[in-house]
Design a protein around this ligand. Structure first.
Ligand SMILES: [Ca+2]
Ligand SMILES: [Ca+2]
Ligand SMILES: [Ca+2]
Ligand SMILES: [Ca+2]
Length: 346
């Protein structure tokens, strides 16, 4: 038996003993998040969940903490499988430049950083330092330690990432957000006549004439970062458009309400509550899968420092997931638009 065959046998045995990771629902290789900013194969919100088995307890700005490896098309599938372990073993013994871009095309070369790590950085063996230029036995150990971890299924989404795309282009004032506990019914109000008298500010996150309506319907293309996040690849502020956007807001929200799968349009269908009282997203209604059943009802809402009137700039201080239940009693007509729902995340 060659060294690599031996290692594969060893790794598979280790996998069978390891983890006790339950099988996860997969979504056919569809996108599982509007953004995977670090490119490691795990979406931002999944990385910030509380369960490492579904991608959580990680850093959405660190490409080294989810050891998903690229296939022959340089694609990562969001799950650490036997194929990933085999790819590391294929490169066992290779040495090279540890500064190679891990997202560059990895095939046709002996050594590539996509298959290398630099050793554990904390209590969890899967949480790894950047590559050290040598694909060795500890790298196999590092990937075996996260065998079965998958970002494609259900997540406990309890904390917010520092950067997100797919944003609902209404910024919620921090003062209003602070009052709103997860799970409590809440009305968000856009006042077109005097924005600062409401609780939300329209935000232009993408450019183009239909961009704002498109974002109201399905989330922004562009990402925004939370203020003062180091090395963040997106801006932390956006313009607010002057004028009356009530009609456009109504059209966008109505689209979301009218196009949701009825199996995933109610609070109890979309969320679950854990033993500590936090809410997560249920597996069958995984929000961010492309075309996912609850995608339109769960809004990624920017939290902003202050509201402002007219043509002005608002600054993002956080993100929260908001479950959209419908228009509030005040409706969405004339000079004011009210929607009702509940925050899912703190
Ligand atoms: Ca990621
Ligand atoms: Ca990461
Ligand atoms: Ca994989
Ligand atoms: Ca290494």
């Amino acid at each position: 038996m060659g060294v690599k065959q031996y290692l594969l046998t060893f790794a598979i045995c280790a996998v069978l003993v390891a983890a006790g990771v339950p099988a996860r629902e997969a979504h056919g290789g569809e996108a599982f998040s509007p953004t995977d900013v670090d490119g490691d194969g795990c979406g931002n919100w999944a990385e910030h969940g509380s369960n490492s088995g579904v991608g959580g307890e990680r850093d959405s700005l660190n490409v080294w903490d989810f050891f998903d490896t690229p296939d022959s098309e340089n694609a990562r599938d969001g799950t650490i499988s036997v194929a990933d372990i085999a790819r590391v073993i294929m490169h066992f013994g290779a040495t090279g430049d540890p500064t190679i871009d891990p997202l560059s095309f990895p095939w046709g070369v002996a050594y590539h950083t996509a298959f290398d790590r630099g050793g554990p950085v904390g209590a969890n063996l899967w949480d790894q330092a950047p590559p050290n230029g040598s694909i060795a036995i500890d790298d196999i150990g590092a990937i075996v330690a996260q065998f079965g971890h998958s970002c494609t299924g259900a997540w406990g989404v309890f904390t917010a990432p520092p950067v997100s795309a797919g944003l609902f282009p209404w910024g919620v004032a921090a003062a209003a957000s602070e009052q709103a506990l997860p799970g409590e019914s809440l009305t968000l109000r856009y006042d077109a006549n005097n924005v600062v008298a409401g609780t939300v500010n329209p935000m232009l996150i993408d450019s183009g004439t239909t961009a704002h309506l498109d974002a109201l319907k399905g989330g922004s293309e562009n990402a925004l970062c939370i203020l003062a996040t180091a090395d963040c690849p997106a801006p932390s502020s956006a313009f607010s458009e002057p004028g009356n956007l009530v009609g456009r807001s109504r059209d966008g929200v109505k689209f979301r309400l009218d196009n949701t799968n009825t199996a995933c349009d109610e609070w109890d269908e979309i969320t679950f509550e854990d033993a500590e009282g936090f809410y997560g997203l249920t597996e069958g209604c995984s929000t961010f899968a492309a075309g996912g059943p609850s995608r339109l009802r769960v809004l990624i809402v920017p939290i902003i420092q202050d509201l402002c009137n007219g043509s002005c700039t608002v600054t993002v201080t956080g993100f929260r997931l908001f479950f959209l239940e419908g228009f509030a009693s005040g409706g969405c007509t004339g000079l004011d638009c009210e929607i009702v729902g509940r925050f899912i995340t703190p």
